[in-house]
Design a protein around this ligand. Sequence first.
Ligand SMILES: CSC[C@@H](O)[C@@H](O)C(=O)COP(=O)(O)O
Length: 364
Amino acid sequence: MKVKGIPTRTIWPLRADGAVGIIDQTRLPHRYETVELRTLEDAARAIADMLVRGAPLIGATAAYGMALAIRDDASKARLSEAYKVLHATRPTAINLRWALDEMMGVLKPLPEGDREDAAWARAAAICDEDVEICRMIGVHGMDLIREIAERKDGPVNVLTHCNAGWLATVDWGTATSPVYHAHDEGLDVHVWVDETRPRSQGAALTSWELLNHGVPHHLVTDNSGGLLMMRGMVDLVIVGTDRTTASGDVCNKIGTYLKALAAKDNDVPFYVALPSPTIDFRLDDGIDIPIEERSPDEVRWVPGLTRDGDISEVLICPEGTPAANHAFDVTPARLVTGLITEKGVVEADKSAIARLFPERVAAE
Ligand SMILES: CSC[C@@H](O)[C@@H](O)C(=O)COP(=O)(O)O
């Protein structure tokens, strides 16, 4: 995608400087700032503190984190240490484990002296693969939007939750890729953007992306979806996911489940866009997915731009109010109309998913 007219990805190697470039997403939408990661600790901190976030980008950053980790010491002990540190950063997005396993699978069998080059190469390949996967999700998802456009007047209204846009991946996004493809093809598409408390990824990131790309959209409060669906103002919901089980239970940003319930009650199709590395073939039941619990202060304190142009935080509850901050929830497969993958749209069903990705099933 483009920022200020310049094409960019969300992560890029600066190998000559021994670094990796990222966009600091905690500063968006008010400031576009980039940061250079130089060490394993930099990469781990960028993931844990959510300078980078979104399942595919977490995986890509972890892959480069391995390359940074072994610059001076490429021993097996160092590889294991790097795996452990990066894996501990965030518990829910399975792309993290997937990317680390990919890196280990390539690096471990190699002689120590060959590992650094191979690490940079595999991390770059993971990023390129993610771009192609997300592009294909867009191609398949656009067909769903086109089908609706052909049978109605006016825009196709898509509701999305959180940010599963290009900022959450290396490029294109998952849930937004069909929207970008449709918009670029000249289809009339409009997006309802859930603000997505507490970290407001919808308000801060999805709105910023859509505005930059010229896609018509409205930001709505997290509780608006039910009314919009009841009034026929949503044609389909498309969300991303941090981990989907082998049987199609979908873990995504907190609040997704409530949207799926409202969609079911109003006969609105509920689609989940996901790259195959987001499928956890080791798990069947969504209840077994670890749900990240983040700091209560993310609920209590809200960041924003002051009228003086400074980025600041305000407390929105009494000082002593305790808060709980579960970052994700699980939508059971029975509420999911379909999964939009790089290989096409598939039912959220164990056999259907396994038929589409037999190589992944065999590998687990
Ligand atoms: C293509 S990203 C899919 C998900 O990672 C996305 O919907 C999401 O929930 C992101 O959560 P975040 O906590 O911002 O990392």
